[in-house]
Each structure stands twice: as C-alpha cells, then as structure tokens.
Design a binder for this molecule. Structure first.
Ligand code: G1P
Length: 294
C-alpha cells in the first residue's frame, strides 16, 4: 500500500432544480425525496461516512435550506421524543447527526454545470484529494459501499479514481464515457480517455462514469478556466480529461447495483430494492409486491 494523502472530505453537489420530479420538488429539494424512510442525501452521506469521510461539503442553491436543517439538531423534536419515551428514534437521529464542524455549505449561484459546482467548493477542500458523490446516484452494495471500494484502490494507486459501470451502447450518450487502457495483474484498470455525453458513434466504450469520484486538488485550477462543454455547461469530465495529461486515473468497477434516482423509474426501483433489503419491512413488503404483480 502506498502512503497517499487520506481522503477526508467529500463534495456533494445538491444545487439542481429537480424539475423531473415536479410537483414534489416545487418546495422541497429533490435530494430530500425518500428512499424507504431516509432522504436520498442521507443515503449518500452514509456511504461517504462508511468510507471514512470526515467532512461533508454541500454545494447548494436556493430552496435547499431544508438539507442544512436535516443535518442539524432538531431541539423541539428531540425533547418531544424524550418526553414520549421514544428513545430508539432519538438515538437513531443522534447517530445520523454529523459532528459539529463536519459540514460546510456553499452556494452555486447559477446553474453552470457540474464542473462549476465542484469548483465552488475549492476553498473548502483546499490542497488535498477529495471525494465527489453525485446524490442522483444511489448504490446498493453487498459488502462494502462504493466509495469505500474506491478508496481501497486509491490506497494502492494514489491519483484519481472513478467508479465505472457498463451500460447498453445506446445509453452512453447520457453519461461521461471512459476508455480503459489496460488491466494490471491485480485487476486495477487505467483510464486513458474520456468524453462527456458522446454523440452517436463517438463513445470510446460502453463504460460510463457512474457518479463517484476521487480527485486530486489540481482539478480546481483546471476548472477555473474550463470552457463550456456538453449541454453548454462546465463539465467535470472535460477538466478531468486535461488532468489526465499529468496524472493517473484508475477505474473502479465496483461491486453493487446503481440506481439513477434523478429519473422516476430509477427512483421507484431504488425504493423497491432498498425496501426489500430492510430487516424491519423487507418480508412484508415482498409479499405486498408479489400480490400487486400477480
Ligand atoms: C453527470 C456527469 C457524467 C456522469 C453522470 C452520472 O451527468 O457529467 O459524466 O456519467 O453524471 O450520473 P448528469 O447526470 O449530471 O447529466
């Protein structure tokens, strides 16, 4: 294992409008929609925490203050739960609470793209490698969370690591797509090309960038002058492509299943998949689903 700087901080871009979920997202951020009984953003923070992340940087926008409230103490609720003897719920809420000083919030003032959202967090991240987790994507992993799996690779290779997965070729135009150079004996894959939302016939493979990244701080300097890319937005993929000239990028073909919670069907499927895995409601829910389908 190399001795690389630890990954302590994570950026969570949560400024998007969530128009695909209107009217649910008229007054509520899409990241607060629930998968079973936890907001989407809580699932992502849990994944990051389980991977050892100590500081959560939310890049927010207007109408997102509920996210800040969610990761804060709720004194009235807590005293009501205490009065009513609901100590289990009280403990659960306290366990989920980040420690004082472990969260930061900064605003992306205009929707200029994912690359711009990441750049907005540059001063809070400072000069250290960091994780980037897109909350639209949830991962159900059998043993170890996706980011934890990526950090294992990072601890071997250093540099930058991207979670990748295969999709049907006709879907590659919705994603950042990577080209894998070779696979070393220990299964680590090196990336030597990438393109954001490739047009027909332009995808270098059907391996997509799934929504989890480990990046080196040099990305910020590149982002500061990054021009507009696909969709007329500042794209993180374009900046990573430049960084690839001077630093290594490795791919993590993680173990697990991803859900695109930015789409209605992906969100519904995530609810079903996560509910089925739950100790408390899983069995009962399985029966309910069986009945509905038959
Ligand atoms: C973003 C990234 C893209 C990545 C995708 C994963 O795209 O730009 O490279 O493949 O997330 O979900 P978006 O979904 O914001 O269009």
């Amino acid at each position: 294992m190399g001795s690389f700087k630890p990954i302590r901080k994570a950026i969570l871009p949560v400024a998007g409008l969530g128009t695909r979920f209107l009217p649910a997202t008229k007054a509520m951020p899409k990241e607060m929609l629930t998968i079973v009984d936890r907001p989407i953003i809580q699932h992502v923070v849990d994944e990051a925490k389980a991977a050892g992340i100590e500081h959560f940087i939310f890049v927010t926008g207007r109408n997102k203050t509920v996210i800040e409230d969610h990761f804060d103490k709720q004194i009235e609720l807590e005293s009501t739960l205490r009065e009513r003897g609901k100590f289990e719920q009280l403990k659960m809420l306290n366990d989920l609470l980040p420690e004082a000083g472990q969260t930061s919030y900064t605003r992306q003032q205009s929707p200029k793209g994912l690359g711009h959202a990441v750049w907005c967090a540059r001063d809070i991240v400072g000069d250290e490698p960091f994780a980037l987790l897109l909350p639209d994507v949830l991962v159900q992993a059998p043993n170890k969370g996706c980011l934890a799996q990526m950090i294992e690779i990072y601890n071997e290779t250093g540099g930058n690591v991207l979670a990748v997965e295969e999709v049907a070729p006709e879907l590659t135009s919705n994603y950042g797509v990577v080209k894998i150079e070779d696979q070393t004996a220990d299964g680590v894959m090196k990336i030597n090309g990438m393109v954001e939302k490739p047009g027909p016939g332009k995808a270098p493979s059907n391996m997509i960038i799934m929504g989890r990244y480990i990046l080196q701080p040099e990305i910020f300097k590149i982002l500061s002058t990054q021009g507009l890319g696909a969709g007329n937005e500042i794209q993180i993929t374009d900046a990573m492509k430049t960084l690839m000239d001077s630093q290594d990028f490795h791919a993590c073909a993680y173990e697990g299943r991803s859900f695109d919670c930015g789409s209605k069907v992906g969100f519904l499927a995530a609810n079903v998949a996560f509910a089925l895995e739950r100790d408390d409601v899983g069995e009962e829910f399985r029966e309910a689903v069986k009945k509905l389908i038959s």
